[in-house]
Design a protein around this ligand. Structure first.
Ligand code: GUN
Length: 294
């Protein structure tokens, strides 16, 4: 009997162990150490935590990694020349520009300056385009984590109706493009904040991807009996019983939906830990040259 809770934490540990083992082989047989460069501009506390955690994960996997922390008011020229340095550095196989950027910087211009062959976040327009036409490319880490969970849990996707709620470039659009590919063969509906009757759409989903950014938005009357739910939400809600005064909750009302759904990812411990695991795998793939030739 399949477990009803999709345990992203333990699947991510499995993947991280696989990456570590393959990294050892790559070092031994080819003398290549996967290298990832992190760039962060400004002092956004959440971004600093994310980058620190990703750096630790690199270390555990046996990667080489560097972090460049720039000031909030860094000049565009300085940032572009740092990216160019990493573009040319043979020890670096992945470049991660932590988002959001300070407001004076043009996100599109900065992302486009990253060599798309080192764009392990999958945000460069070349990778976004290749994803939508079914070509090999770097796929953004959160969507990749979701399909990896589908595979490892042996959840049938072919012919299933998947409903994506949210149309961001980081999650909604790429996960929709991925599920539409011939590897998954889903029928895909993308809905968003201007969709007039969300319940009508979401309740038709066999596979529901919630990436809206609204705490506990999806209740049991939004879902179909037996559906599989991926909750991408990371929302802070006040909780006086917690030491910090808040707790993290998803976009899905977990308690309300648990009985009715077939399977569900918890928050925390579901989609979140998969994102870092897939970043490591993308970087390993870049070092191996299996996505684009090096
Ligand atoms: N900010 C929030 N999530 C991400 C991510 O996955 N990659 C980058 N570069 N920035 C982010």
């Amino acid at each position: 009997m399949q477990n009803k809770i999709i345990d992203g934490k333990s699947i991510s540990v499995e993947i991280r162990n696989e990456v570590k083992a393959q990294t050892e082989i790559l070092k031994r047989e080819k003398g290549i150490t996967p290298g990832l460069a992190f760039i962060i501009a400004g002092d956004n506390p959440a971004s600093k935590v994310y980058v620190r955690n990703k750096g630790k994960a690199c270390e555990e996997a046996g990667f080489y990694s560097v972090t460049e922390h720039l000031s909030e008011n860094v000049a565009e020229k300085e940032l572009l020349s740092l990216i160019e340095k990493f573009n040319k550095d043979d020890k670096i196989h992945g470049i991660l520009m932590q988002l959001p950027l300070p407001v004076h910087l043009d996100t599109r211009k900065i992302i486009e300056s990253i060599n798309f062959k080192k764009d392990v976040d999958g945000f460069h327009p070349v990778n976004a385009g290749n994803l939508s036409i079914g070509e090999k490319c770097f796929v953004p880490c959160t969507p990749l984590g979701i399909v990896e969970m589908l595979k490892r849990e042996k959840i049938e996707t072919s012919g299933k109706h998947s409903v994506v709620i949210g149309r961001s470039n980081i999650v909604g659009k790429p996960v929709a493009a991925l599920l539409l590919r011939k590897d998954y063969n889903c029928t895909v509906t993308v809905s968003h904040s201007k969709t007039p009757d969300m319940k009508l759409i979401s309740s038709q989903a066999d596979i529901l991807i919630a990436a809206i950014g609204k705490a506990n938005y999806i209740k049991k009357d939004y879902i179909k009996e037996g559906c599989v739910i991926f909750d991408v939400g990371i929302n802070r809600v006040e909780d006086s019983s917690a030491k910090s005064g808040y707790r993290i909750t998803g976009d899905v009302d977990y308690e309300d939906c648990f009985e009715k759904c077939g399977m569900i990812t918890p928050v925390p411990g579901g989609v979140g830990p998969m994102t870092i695991a897939m970043l490591l795998r993308n970087t390993l793939d870049s070092a191996k040259g299996v996505v684009y030739e090096r």
